[in-house]
Design a protein around this ligand. Structure first.
Ligand code: FRU
Length: 473
């Protein structure tokens, strides 16, 4: 018995030590694969976050399930059993992404049932389905599923996001269609319902003219500070200078919307929401104070990151509060409950070039306040790996270079007043928030040992505070 116990402890402590890429305060699956956030909601005093999940392997989504975790502060997460399994004729090729409507004291989980047709063209079709829960934990699929069979819109019709307005319910869905020259183009459809079950197509909110690619995934549509935000993940956007360098993008169009005509009138062009390597398939919800909070999958399709060999893949970004900025920009700030994850202060004060600070547990919150007229270089280093984040005051750019293949991401940014940065490091991720959150970078990195941060020789910081972060997951 004792020998068994010792072997057990030895095995699990080795597993934990080997899991050095596993995040300390970001949500990641307890095992297996994770992609998109799903069903993000606040229900009966608790935040529920479902996600695309393969419980059996970290090497890909497989026939995808819905994983499930709960939190009261977006940092301490409890893993729950798989919420939705691919066990019906209309979802046996995967329980794809969807969202949660909290209404009349119940959870309504809308999702896409994917079905494969091997050897046929097209080789899949997608249905919209419903599952409900009275308590947030026992989840039952609706007997009469699917609720939208999508004929006329196949084969790519997915990722329903639902909200209520007055006594009506609305749903946005990602879709693709054939353009004039038979090319495939992305679009977002609006559907409406009076009873949450029977849905009619209401309008087309947005169509790609080719520049925005062939499919729009994970649409979200909400009012923010007097305008409307259409947030989505287009596939097939061609790189253009420093823009659109990831395999797929996530971004938004700010505009106005009329419930009478069901039309969306863009006021600005499409803008990427984040400038890092790993930010996709966002979903928003209202927090307990009624503020709009966004979360994204901090990863990207087809990356084969080294964590897969450690038994897990994928993680979520920090939850970020959204505000509408100027010129069609969205401002993102970590939610205030980040306090719950803050550890002890490792360094604080004026900081000169060359300074090295060893992190604790490869985690940190780094707050920087500095002159906008000086260049700044911060290196995040372990033995075999280096990430450099630089501000070039002459060019007005920020560059994140994580080394290796496809290393550099860059965007324009000029601080209003002092340069202020908030930088979050967690085992294998970096999130940078600039100024009021008008520019963010979210990128994965893969340290091979203890991480230090080092200030470039020419840099000089008026005030830099470095804290460790607690282990909350
Ligand atoms: C986005 C996405 C969704 C789909 C899901 C499948 O990353 O492709 O469009 O529902 O992932 O896992």
């Amino acid at each position: 018995m004792i020998t068994k116990l010792i072997t057990f402890i030895f095995f699990y402590s080795r597993l934990a030590a080997a899991n050095n890429l596993y995040p300390k305060y970001h949500l990641s699956p307890d095992r297996g694969w994770m992609n998109d956030p799903n069903g993000f909601c606040f229900f009966n005093g608790v935040y529920h976050l479902f996600y695309q999940h393969n419980p059996y392997s970290s090497y890909g989504p497989g026939i995808v399930h819905w994983g499930h975790a709960v939190s009261t502060d977006f940092f301490h997460w409890k893993h729950l059993p798989v919420a939705l399994n691919p066990d019906q004729w209309y979802d046996d090729g995967g329980v794809f992404s969807g969202s949660c409507l909290v209404d009349a004291g119940k959870m309504y989980l809308y999702y896409t049932g994917n079905v494969y047709h091997e050897g046929e063209t097209p080789d899949h079709s997608q249905y919209q389905a419903l599952a409900t829960s009275d308590d947030g934990y026992n989840i039952v699929k609706y007997e009469m599923n699917p609720i939208i069979n999508g004929s006329g819109f196949q084969p790519d019709l997915r990722d329903p996001k639902i909200w209520k307005h007055g006594d009506k319910y609305y749903m946005v869905l990602g879709n693709s269609f054939k353009g004039e020259s038979n090319e495939t183009l992305g679009r977002i459809l609006l559907w409406e319902s009076s009873d949450k079950i029977n849905w009619e197509k209401a309008s087309i909110l947005l169509e790609s003219d080719g520049r925005l690619g062939y499919m729009f995934e994970c649409p979200d549509f909400f009012e923010l500070d007097g305008h409307w935000v259409l947030l989505f993940s287009p596939q097939g956007v061609k790189p253009e200078g420093d823009k659109y360098k990831n395999l797929f993008q996530t971004g938004h169009i700010i505009g106005d919307f009329s419930y009478d005509t069901k039309t969306f009138t863009p006021l600005y062009d499409f803008q990427e929401l984040d400038h890092g390597h790993d930010f996709y398939a966002t979903q928003t919800t209202l927090d307990e104070d009624g503020s709009r909070v966004v979360i994204a999958w901090m990863d990207m399709w087809d990356q084969n990151y080294p964590e897969m060999d450690q038994g897990f893949a994928g993680q979520m970004t920090l939850a970020r509060k959204l505000k509408l900025g100027k010129n069609g920009i969205l401002l993102q700030k970590p939610v205030k409950d980040i306090d719950a994850a803050r550890g002890r202060v490792l360094h604080s004060g004026v900081t000169r070039g060359g300074k090295v600070i060893k992190l604790v547990n490869n985690t940190a919150e780094i707050l920087i306040r500095s002159s906008p007229l000086l260049n700044l270089d911060v290196f995040i280093e372990s033995e075999g790996n280096q990430v450099q984040i630089s501000y070039d005051h002459q060019k007005g750019t920020i560059t994140l270079d994580r080394g290796g293949k496809d290393a550099v991401r860059r965007t324009n940014w000029r601080p209003l007043g002092k340069l202020t940065w908030r930088l979050y490091i967690d085992s294998s991720s970096i999130e940078l928030f600039c100024g009021n959150g008008e520019v963010t970078f979210s990128s994965r990195f893969f340290p091979t040992g203890p991480v230090s941060i080092r200030l470039g020789r020419q840099s000089m910081i008026d005030n830099m505070t470095v804290r460790s972060m607690k282990q909350t997951v």
